[in-house]
Write a protein that binds this ligand. Sequence first.
Ligand code: NAP
Length: 225
Amino acid sequence: MSERILILGGTKEAVELATQLVNNGHDVTTSLAGRTKEPKLVDGKVRVGGFGGVDGLSSWIEDNKIDRLIDATHPFAEKISKNARLAAKRTNVIFEFRQRPAWQIQPSDKWTIVPDLITARQTIPNGARVFLALGSQYITPFADRRDVHFIIRMIDPPAKHLPFKSHTLLFQRPSPDWNVEADMLKEQNITHIVCRNSGGTGAYAKIEAARSLGLPVIMIERVVP
Ligand code: NAP
């Protein structure tokens, strides 16, 4: 039977899920936060922008007569996932939480697993050259490590001046090929990587590259909802 489905998206997996559900004959709307200038095309309908918290999301579900709510957001998009659970409870809609699995540590990995950004910052040793593999909205807490040189990769130049004492900006996309990532890590004389356990394939090549080079990774774990 065809259902009216709301997917909370913003991930590759959400795009794939929308295609699958549309092909199965469902009436699918994917919701995007609106952070990306040119988001990927998604099958079915798309709505963009915040709902206005749990109240707004609950109203949207009721107004649009949604049968099933699927949270397929990024593992570190914690607020919308919390709102989704609460709104599902309130509206009695069928609820699914689909999160990509976390990366698992392999025998030759040198990970230090930390719970948050602040602990990651404290874990960096003095004088390190750190590849800070985090979205630009997460890098500010590292700025007071004046003893560390940070290498930050971005696609476009930053809108604001970055507050680091010592840093290098690389304007490039992550490569899916770990050899390319390993070359970058060697060229930049990286001693440590700081990243989040996002899971998935898109950002995994740097982890494989670190493994091949024996580089330590300070891995920020996800919050279990
Ligand atoms: P967040 O902190 O969990 O959410 C902040 C607010 O943004 C939410 O309260 C909600 O506003 C709005 N929002 C978030 N996702 C939405 C969605 N799919 N549809 C409509 N509104 C949404 O989220 P975030 O970490 O900023 O991530 C935003 C989006 O980018 C998510 O959809 C996520 O899947 C995607 N994304 C995030 C990351 C990441 O590292 N966090 C990485 C890749 C992709 P209201 O309260 O007004 O409803």
